[in-house]
Design a protein around this ligand. Structure first.
Ligand code: ZN
Length: 663
């Protein structure tokens, strides 16, 4: 029989699932991360009190598995076939001719989808709940990656609508977005670990980690495209399956359509080849499938691949060329990035003249030297990279990291355990320029119009020698610059002025402390509440914040220890930036996200003491009982509040119960 606790647990799960769906599948969150965490925390507390009510489909159970020793082999219910490729229009038309002949004059149409560059995975559901996930493997037998796949937030642990199917299987693609991939590699640079070569490799590597909690941190995504029962398509057409998967709240790539003939398929291929850089993930082509399942069956398959589907592959955006030189660029934290100057080469319609080599370790790994012939690759919007050396030059010259900064002549150091070398001169103009650009960037202080050309002039003319100088600029001063009109000068100053409203985490991020990005800035603000507190905290205290380790703490300490940065902070304070944080909650307390009402006289604690203890533990105390109240703490002579709690089914505690929860 459902109890108030089990009802509350189910209600919270429903709510959390809905928000997971809105956030991870629809990309349209309705509540803040903090509110989401609060709901999650409340569910965790309730489940901890009622461990018998924990089920594997609860949103709390995404990451729970123990480290694995290996992966079990699991046979697929029906083979996960690979597709034949069409490398050009003629091959695609050949495929269409074979389909037409195979169907002997029947009318047919195609469903076309983007071919995402990840790895295929099969996910089985039983009675609406996520049951097992298996990699493609060799197509017949894959590996059980259930615990790791559970951590993919766009993959529902319980489906809202199971279409009346007791068991079904969803097949789709596990991918990593460009953004998640870049972040992962930046993290690895910081830890002195080798970079992943591309998003597909890192998605594959992340899915096969033996520690599910590391997989969870990798931010994988899953896009569904097959809905099967007993290994066979369930709906009569592929388009119907896609529609059903979407309504079951799986993530389905929205860019698909039904095409009446092969010309329309070709048009779709061309459109997306031109637009592929706009997508947040990598695609390597288009998949065309005969839409009718009956016709698919009629066409059958060869030993290797179905006859009713084909992958139209885009030209690889790779090309070989010669490394003419290796130069270094200075970033905002002083990081020196080696960049290969290339003999200009056309890669998929774009002339490429340089490629990043990231750092000395990467140069070592590639074994690249000046004069070598290399394979370069372009993907997404990011700067092209060197994939490998294809031919050594007999006169190859080794790259050496300069001992002095190419821009300012300052000393270069490489801290042990880090991949990067840095210019130590905090006044380095190259660093300054990059730091102004970072400070002004979208998502940081959002100063629109503060682009490359403007910053170049401001730094070049000595009008800006620290980000604090931005707040002393006037429209009149800007008018002295080239290509600057009255109106745009006014606009830029207005944007600078508006940036004073950005909350503290943005300000912290804007300072450009090495290893402190968006997320760490957020955590620091939440934990310490003000910039002054962060600036005076010792390394040990800093490490009390979640995810802040010794290296980050040391970097923060070093930053605020420098007189130049202390002066910067004072000037930003004078400019009126936000130095205080509206703390959304106390992090990490056992009562986080829970609301309490106190009533009556408690045996040992005064009302004030009880309130302080609850707040200390992350909970909230309000004056009146409502449906949103989680607990009423009742002492002697508790009155109407206790009655109301009982009618609303709110849980009632005594003082010792409260103290047990606080622990
Ligand atoms: Zn320098």
């Amino acid at each position: 029989m459902p109890t108030p606790a089990s009802r509350e647990i189910e209600r919270l799960r429903e709510e959390l699932r809905r928000h997971e769906y809105l956030y991870y599948v629809m990309d349209e969150p309705e509540i803040s991360d903090a509110d989401y965490d609060g709901l999650m925390r409340r569910l965790q507390v309730l489940e901890a009190e009622h461990p018998d009510l924990i089920t594997p489909d609860s949103p709390t159970q995404r990451v729970g598995g123990k480290p694995r020793e290996g992966f079990q082999q699991v046979p697929h219910l029906s083979p996960m076939l690979s597709l034949d490729n069409a490398l050009n229009d003629a091959e695609l038309k050949d495929f269409d001719r074979r389909v037409r002949e195979g169907l002997r004059g029947e009318h047919y149409c195609y469903t076309v989808e983007l071919k995402m560059d990840g790895l295929s995975m099969s996910v089985r559901y039983e009675n609406g709940a996520f049951a097992q996930a298996v990699t493609r493997g060799d197509g017949q037998v894959g590996e059980d990656v259930t615990e790791n796949a559970r951590t993919i937030r766009s993959l529902p642990l319980r489906v809202k609508d199971d279409a009346g199917l007791e068991r079904f299987e969803v097949r789709g693609e596990v991918i990593m977005t460009h953004r998640a991939f870049e972040r992962l590699n930046e993290e690895r640079d910081g830890q002195g670990l080798p970079r992943y070569a591309n998003p597909r490799n890192s998605a594959a590597g992340s899915l096969r980690l033996l520690e599910p909690w590391i997989t969870a941190s990798r931010k994988l995504d899953f896009f569904a495209y097959f809905l099967l029962v007993d290994g066979q398509p369930y709906f009569p057409s592929h388009a119907e399956s896609l529609g059903k998967l979407k309504s079951m709240q799986f993530k389905v790539n929205p860019h698909w359509k039904v095409c009446g003939d092969i010309e329309e398929v070709l048009e779709f291929c061309r459109v997306w080849e031109a637009k592929r850089d706009e997508l947040p993930y990598e695609i390597d082509g288009v998949v065309a499938k005969v839409d009718s399942i009956a016709q698919q069956k009629k066409l059958g398959r060869t030993a290797k691949a179905p006859r009713w589907a084909i992958a139209y592959k885009y030209a690889a955006r790779q090309q070989t060329t010669i490394v003419e030189n290796i130069e270094v660029q200075v970033g905002r934290t002083g990081t020196l990035t080696p960049v290969a100057r290339l003999r200009p080469v056309n890669v998929g319609g774009v002339t490429v003249t340089r490629a990043t080599l990231h750092n000395e370790d990467e140069i070592e790994r590639l074994g690249v030297e000046i004069g070598d012939t290399v394979l370069v690759e372009r993907s997404g919007d990011v700067i092209p990279k060197v994939v490998k050396v294809t031919e050594k030059s007999p006169n190859a010259r080794r790259f050496r990291m300069p001992s002095h900064c190419p821009v300012c002549g300052g000393d270069i150091v490489r801290v042990q355990g880090e991949a990067a070398s840095r210019c130590v001169n905090t006044n380095c103009p190259a660093r300054l320029k990059e730091s102004v650009l970072h400070f002004s960037a979208r998502g940081v202080m959002d100063i629109d119009g503060m682009g490359d050309a403007l910053v170049d002039q401001l730094v070049g003319r000595g009008m800006v020698s620290s980000v604090a100088d931005l707040y002393d600029l006037t429209p009149e001063k800007l008018l002295e610059l080239e290509r600057m009109g009255q109106k745009s000068a006014q606009k830029v100053i207005e944007n600078i002025h508006n940036s004073r409203q950005r909350p503290l985490p943005r300000v912290i991020n804007g300072l450009g402390i090495p290893f402190v990005g968006e997320r760490t800035a957020e955590i620091l603000a939440e934990t310490f509440g003000s910039l002054d507190h962060i600036a005076r905290a010792g390394e040990e205290e800093l490490q009390s914040a979640q995810e802040v380790g010794p290296k980050v703490a040391q970097s923060i300490r070093r930053f605020f220890g420098e007189p130049r940065n202390q002066e910067l902070v004072e000037r930003l304070r004078a400019a009126g930036l936000h130095f205080e944080h509206q703390r959304r909650r106390k992090t990490g307390g056992p009562l986080e996200g829970l609301t309490f009402v106190l009533t009556g006289t408690l045996p040992t604690l005064t009302r004030e003491e009880a309130k302080a203890k609850i707040e200390e533990a992350g909970g909230k105390v309000t004056g009146s009982v409502s449906k949103r109240t989680n607990y009423v703490v009742a002492g002697e002579e508790a009155g109407s509040k206790l009655e109301k709690a009982l009618t609303l089914g709110v849980k009632v505690l005594d003082e010792s119960g409260l103290l047990r929860m606080i622990g």
